[in-house]
Write a protein that binds this ligand. Structure first.
Ligand SMILES: [Zn+2]
Ligand SMILES: [Zn+2]
Length: 318
């Protein structure tokens, strides 16, 4: 029998904490949290909680790097941060003083509840005797199961039950039954466009660390597409081209798609505005500001693929 106190395939590292509590001796999650020495009281899905991830990885005897491709969202940072910034978040000696990783305009980036795939739940219960949260199901931009292709569930159709923090369900609902009302009907993402499927593929490649690009190279492709370079960025002469590029990006995705990732999307006089997507970090690597959310780069790559102006299509090559 498999040791259930180790990570299961593609198990989300913070979801693992929920499962440890579920299997463990304590009644109150607070006791498990304190026993593990975690600082975050409310474990939310898909967040990069470096400090706690580091603690759990230490308890398991693994480095964070070794857990990145299957158990955390850590690889996503490679596509939105400079090497210096990455180093700042990789130095264990600074863990306790570590600044929280935040992204530009993060209030506008949609927060999703913990999600699960009904087929994975059945398969995991059959194989391991329990359900668990998969890392690949928690990523912003991912709406379907990487294994089964079916829609991920996020809430009960009958009573609106959703798992905003892990205390609401330490493991995904078993037998496809709502823990609140017993209903067997759940809802997932209602609207998914073709472009959103392409964004999803990129987010998964990025999380797995399989996308052979980094922040600097994506920004260089964007510069090339806009028609600006280091000199024009420094001299601030490319403003008009940048604004035109932002408009093209916004129109390419459109209000419906943009609203599936960001909450601050405005349409005014037929013009779209979304500063979460349109910010200088998309092309200026020296821009001294908070990194943009990784999903922004997945969206940029989809946009560039459609404009044949790149880097050979990473998506087709994968
Ligand atoms: Zn599945
Ligand atoms: Zn319900």
């Amino acid at each position: 029998m498999r040791n259930l106190y180790t990570l299961l395939p593609n198990e989300d590292l913070m979801g693992f904490v929920g499962r440890i509590h579920y299997l463990g001796p304590f009644q109150a999650f607070e006791d498990t949290r304190q026993r593990l020495g975690l600082t975050t009281r409310l474990l939310k899905a898909g967040e990069v909680t470096y400090k706690d991830e580091y603690k759990v990885s230490q308890l398991l005897g693994h480095s964070l790097e070794s857990l990145a491709s299957n158990h955390t969202s850590r690889n996503l940072l490679r596509y939105c941060m400079t090497r210096d910034e990455l180093n700042k978040f990789s130095d264990p000696s600074t863990t306790n003083k570590m600044p929280k990783i935040t992204f530009f305009d993060s209030k506008s980036v949609l927060k999703l509840p913990w999600r699960w795939c009904p087929e994975c739940v059945d398969a995991d219960v059959a194989e391991f005797g329990c359900s668990y949260y998969h890392r690949n199901h928690q990523l912003l931009g991912v709406h379907t199961c990487y294994k089964h292709g079916c829609l991920l569930y996020s809430e009960c159709k009958n009573c609106d039950f959703r798992i905003d923090t892990i205390k609401q369900a330490y493991v995904p609902p078993v037998d496809n039954k709502c823990p609140c009302c017993g209903s067997t009907e759940f809802l997932g993402q209602e609207y998914i466009s073709d472009k959103m499927h392409q964004v999803e593929s990129y987010v998964l490649l990025m999380a797995e660390g399989k996308l052979d690009l980094n922040f600097e190279r994506i920004a260089a492709s964007v510069c090339e597409h806009i028609g600006i370079n280091e000199q024009s960025i420094l001299a601030r002469t490319g403003g008009k081209s940048v604004r035109a590029f932002n408009r093209r990006m916004l129109n390419f995705f459109g209000l419906d798609d943009l609203s599936q990732y960001f909450s601050f999307v405005i349409e005014y006089n037929d013009k779209l505005k979304c500063r979460t997507l349109c910010n200088s970090r998309t092309y200026d690597i020296r821009f001294k500001y908070t990194p943009a959310h990784p999903v922004v780069y997945a969206m940029l790559l989809v946009y560039l693929d459609h404009h044949h102006h790149h880097h050979e299509s990473q998506l087709l090559a994968a």
